[in-house]
Write a protein that binds this ligand. Structure first.
Ligand code: NAD
Length: 253
């Protein structure tokens, strides 16, 4: 990753933070985005303290003008990782059967998980095309790949983002730009920590883990090697794919 500039959205904690640390360790200059400036700054400080290169950049991926301005200021990006996501306005708590959802509550899922990916991808593509090289990774969810009881709108937004990846891959392969999805199963991150913190007593946690061949939630470190491979030269003929990092989660178990 030496001499590559990598923009990672939502990198102030969780999966994005893990990716930021791994890409910095691999020699990239990491543009650490988060909605919360302090989170982005803490991760950038952590990278610099370890001898890496990082720039914290706070913006909301839902705000296209802010995304464009931040990308213009950061300079051309070689690798974009669309990681910022939101499993609902209320973290992991806003789950409901679709028949019981209110249309007014759909917006927050769609704005971050779908519009955020549209905005960031659109903002970085022109420079990648001009540079005739680029990598776009989008962190999606098995909620969008297989369906999710209680997470239908989140899943729909993630499936939309995964669909965008395939078109971007088709349109831009001729410029040496690849676009792929990494589909995650249930992770242990600040997003889902309330569930895993009480896993021993939680019937919900036990029920979730029954669907996983490897009976633990994923952790950010589980994602880094695949992301580095896809973003490097080794990934140059892999595009338009959705690759699962999910402990063997299967539909219908
Ligand atoms: N945690 C899981 O179980 C799980 C499962 C499947 C997929 N995912 C996906 O993985 C990705 C990372 O999830 P995580 O568990 O690390 O989440 P997290 O909530 O722990 O961290 C996400 C980070 O993104 C930032 N963010 C949120 N909205 C933003 C916005 N509009 N603009 C910029 N930054 C924003 C948050 O401030 C936060 O720091 C998300 O796309 C999520 O949907 C997570």
């Amino acid at each position: 990753m030496t001499s590559r500039r990598v923009l990672i959205t939502g990198a102030g904690q969780g999966v994005g933070r893990g990716l930021a640390l791994a890409f910095a360790e691999a020699g990239a200059e990491v543009v650490v985005n988060d909605l919360h400036r302090q989170r982005a700054e803490l991760v950038a400080d952590e990278i610099e303290a370890a001898g890496g290169a990082a720039v914290p950049v706070a913006f909301d991926v839902c705000d296209y003008e802010a995304v464009v301005a931040a990308v213009a200021q950061a300079g051309p990006v070689d690798v974009l990782i669309n990681n910022a996501g939101n499993a609902g306005a209320d973290g992991f708590g806003g789950r409901a059967m679709f028949a019981e959802t209110d249309p007014a509550d759909w917006e927050s899922f769609l704005r971050v998980n779908l519009y955020g990916v549209l905005h960031c991808t659109r903002a970085v593509l022109p420079a990648m095309i001009a540079n005739a090289w680029g990598r776009i990774l989008t962190v999606v969810s098995d909620a969008g790949r297989t369906g999710d009881r209680g997470g239908a709108v989140y899943g729909a937004a993630k499936a939309g983002a995964a669909g965008l990846t395939r078109s971007v891959a088709l349109e831009n392969g001729r410029f040496n730009i690849t676009a792929n999805n990494i589909s995650l199963g249930t992770m242990r991150t600040p997003l889902t920590e309330p569930l895993w913190a009480q896993a021993a007593e939680s019937p919900q946690a036990k029920e979730i883990l029954r669907n996983y061949a490897i009976r633990r939630p994923g952790v950010p470190e589980d994602v880094a090697e695949l992301a580095l491979m896809l973003a490097g030269e080794g990934g140059s003929w892999i595009t338009g794919q959705t690759i699962c990092v999910n402990g063997g989660y299967s539909f219908g178990l």
